[in-house]
Design a protein around this ligand. Structure first.
Ligand SMILES: *Cc1c(COP(=O)(O)O)cnc(C)c1O
Length: 375
């Protein structure tokens, strides 16, 4: 029997239609409307001083770079094993990217390697919570406090994840979420900026409002609004917020179902000679991703081919930024990139999405076990 399993399918509950209709009926579908506010309220339950819905995580990262007033010559520290946006948002402001290796267990930025990468020009550290597993934040905070530099979380994959009971996204000065189709909670294209420091709020509102003090005008604090500093267009339409809202309300349900699938994978590969994800005891993850790690690029390529022939889409992940054309132009490495290079060559992601059937998962584990048994 043949089966066809996509790598990912966009999460969808059904109630999105009703909310989109409401948004349209309200005759207000531009950004900042009723649904945008409702979504922001839910996101502020993380403890953020302010949440701002954006049209992407990329936008939230770009807002962060503007908020921190990153200037040409400034340096930011980030992993090389991440998506281009983590880097591009800061390079756009002229920052030099300083790549630091990841840990071999969680595949997150190695907090023990950050200090050797610090210079007088370092302005920020950008931890990425890979696969929705939190970075080791206490080590990162320690260095950030010592050198008085900012922490911007790329929490694109980590909505609903925790570090020592505290939500990812609320662990840095600023936190960035993604609601792209590939993420647990999604409206196709979307994101949010979490502002965890009171003193950033006013400037963030200006950046969000195309560089104007329009927010103050709406609150009656000024009697006309004007262009006051650099900003851009970062709001999503309220129709997209309406699509997102029921999913945010049902995050437990969506992440809960993903967790069942994740746990099943994890149990099913326990006895085999393959590396599985590692979750530190003090980190609660959101089942964003299930991956396996093989011993070589060759075996991984064979696995992907083997599964594709069975109708199952398994996909590798990041090509390291430090060896990419733009990464070389805008960045430099600080130390060895051994783990980054190794993980990039050997990791493969298995299908995992809301609505994936148990039957499909059983087939995937059966085929993957067959492949591993024959190695
Ligand atoms: C998905 C992702 C992004 C980009 O998110 P968009 O909402 O598509 O802009 C950035 N960083 C990481 C780590 C991601 O996984």
């Amino acid at each position: 029997m043949s089966i066809c399993v996509n790598f990912n399918e966009a999460p969808f509950l059904g109630s999105e239609f009703e909310h989109i209709k409401n948004a349209i009926d309200s005759k207000h579908i531009s950004g900042g409307g009723k649904y945008t506010k409702l979504c922001n309220e839910i996101l502020e339950q993380t403890g953020a001083k302010k949440a701002m819905l954006t049209h992407s995580c990329t936008a939230a990262l770009e807002m962060s770079a503007l908020l921190l007033n990153i200037e040409p010559g400034d340096e930011v520290i980030l992993p090389s094993y991440t998506f281009s946006s983590t880097a591009s948002a800061f390079a756009l402001r002229g920052a030099k990217l300083v790549f630091v290796d990841i840990k071999n267990d969680t595949l997150n930025l190695d907090e023990n390697l950050i200090e050797q990468a610090i210079t007088k020009k370092t302005r920020a550290i950008i931890p990425v919570h890979y696969a929705g597993v939190s970075c080791e934040m206490s080590g990162i905070w320690e260095i950030a406090n010592k050198y008085k530099i900012a922490v911007v979380e790329d929490a694109a994959q980590a909505l609903g994840s925790y570090y020592r009971e505290k939500p990812c996204g609320n662990l840095g000065d600023l936190g960035c979420y993604s609601f792209h189709e590939t993420k647990n909670i999604s409206c196709g294209e979307g994101g949010a900026l979490l502002i965890n420091r009171e003193d950033y709020i006013e400037q963030a509102e200006i950046i969000l409002e195309k560089g104007t003090d329009r927010s103050k005008f709406f609150r009656g604090q000024v009697d006309k609004y004007t262009w006051v500093s650099l900003g851009s267009s970062y709001l999503p339409s309220d129709m997209l917020a309406a699509y997102l809202y029921p999913q945010l309300q049902n995050i437990e349900k969506i992440n809960g179902q993903r967790m069942e699938l994740w746990n099943d994978y994890h149990k099913n590969f326990e006895d085999l000679d393959v590396k599985r994800p590692f979750i530190p005891a003090h980190c609660k993850h959101n089942a964003h991703m299930y991956y396996l790690r093989f011993n070589s690029l060759k075996v991984r390529s064979k696995f992907i081919e083997f599964m594709r022939a069975k109708g199952i889409m398994c996909i590798f992940h990041y090509v390291p930024l430090h060896s990419s054309p733009a990464g070389k132009k805008y960045g430099r490495v600080a130390g060895s990139m051994e783990n980054t290079d190794n993980v990039s060559n050997t990791l493969v992601r298995l299908p995992l999405f809301y609505g994936m059937s148990k039957e499909a998962q059983n087939k995937i584990t059966e085929f993957a076990r067959n492949f591993l048994a024959e190695l």
